[in-house]
Design a protein around this ligand. Sequence first.
Ligand code: SAM
Length: 252
Amino acid sequence: IDFGAKTVAREKKQEMVNEVFTKVADKYDLMNDLMSLGIHRLWKDEFISDMGSFRTSSPLSFLDVAGGTGDIAFRIADKLKHEIPVYLPVHNQITVSDINPGMLGVGKQRASMLGLNLNWVEANAESLPFPENSFDYYTIAFGIRNVTDRLKAIKEAKRVLKKGGRFMCLEFSKVNNPIVSPFYEVYNRYLIPNLGSIVAGDKDSYQYLIESIEKFPTQEEFANIMAEAGLSAIHHRNLTFGVVAIHSGLNL
Ligand code: SAM
């Protein structure tokens, strides 16, 4: 009975998450800019620069999970163009996967405006439709928070990564600074849902967003989940006092 109840709760959560992103897909990029005052762009740039050099002798393959409207994938493509003298998208494959076709739809439109040819795959992070040992990089930005079974998703990440491949996660985290903390809380609790209500006409979705941030594990707890999933060389770097953190681990 307990198992049944858990299953229902799990399905409910994913259903709710899907509803949220289906509702906000059109306004998602604008809301990101407004809510973070554009800072999410800097966080994503930092994340990409932490991926290290893409100048390798053999081509790299990238998987961006919960990739939504493509922000991370477009930045990876941009970095490849800068670092590889003759950029051949065929050789450096970028795959974007997301559970929500609405978000992927917006991403595809943006990609065609940018002239980028990426693979777009509708999939749940908990069970990916890729063979093991497929990718050099697995990235997930502001996505793992929405996944119901995070351990399962990170085990999937390890499975699809090549040996020596790298898991990288950008996610809201915990602010430990006693001066910054109260401001951040007011901002989250009052400003975000109201902005959501004014711009996207949808207070509840943004209320969900804040709750999911508050419930997310600390930097250290998340490192433990990564270790449990079998990743090695785990570390994290806080950005903006820990408002977000970049987590990294290797499949050794
Ligand atoms: N990575 C993008 C970015 O940084 O702008 C999008 C992040 S958005 C906050 C979260 C994304 O996670 C949404 O596109 C949502 O559809 C996706 N998502 C939620 N649950 C998922 C799951 N179980 N598997 C894969 N994607 C999921």
